[in-house]
Ligand binder design. Sequence first.
Ligand code: ASP
Length: 317
Amino acid sequence: MRHLLTTKGLDRDTAIGILDVAEEMAEASARTVKKLPTLRGKTVVNLFFEDSTRTRISFEAAAKRLSADVINFAAKGSSVSKGESLKDTAQTLAAIGADAVVIRHPASGAPTVLARSGWIDAGIINAGDGTHEHPTQALLDAFTIRRRLHGDASRGKGLDGVTVTIVGDIVHSRVARSNVWLLTALGAVITLIAPATLLPIGVGHWPVAVGHSLDRALETNPDVVMMLRIQSERMQASFFPNAREYSRQWGLDDERMARLYPTTIVMHPGPINRGLEISSAAADSAQSTVLEQVTNGVSVRMAVLYLLLSGEREGLA
Ligand code: ASP
């Protein structure tokens, strides 16, 4: 694997391969001494042009557990805020000797530009670009579902026939897009539930079923309910009447939570707007995987860094 820019086009075997390596990493992380020497001497740069808590510290922890050197570069407070271009930043990172660049950027496609530019010869990992994709989030979500369903017997398995209902602000969600491509490749059956205003144009061509009623979707007892954050920072217009109206129709509140099958998994990528798209009780319940997702994120990112930076990458163009 040279870069990880998108989950679109990632085939089933490759995806299962990444999840299986992540299983190995999880096993190593459960030991008293969590650190592996695998990436000693490699430099990983976290290049964040957009705010992040979980993803940035998760990549940092992942790289450190593999003994890589980590440079955290938040674009705020750097020369980027003085107008330095992506090209100049990339060339600076190349001059420093970065082996991998983990990039988060508000513009959809920025990681792809970097990967194709020739400005830098590092492995590029997309850590969220605009409304486009967030591949490691989808991988950690798939890993989390697989583990909840199969436990220690997860290795080698896909998600065949697993029903996943993704709810909320689909139009602005890179998490939803990456999950649709990845979970479908793994065999899951996906339904998107949202008000019409929060569905993207062209969703009819996605490999999913689409509906507007959360209550009707819950009647089908899906295996997984994935709630998405309302992305107010990406909303220039008003997409629903008001917060109360939204949570009444599309929020996973206590009453809806009580109606779920006890085996249904409740997911959320974070950060959570408690009381808006999900109630506190739902987010903190035993059925919720919110914190497991964070833990698993480190194992999955270790796997991705390992696959990009270990021997396999050498010799590739
Ligand atoms: N943390 C995820 C992302 O960066 C989800 C979110 O922000 O709502 O896309």
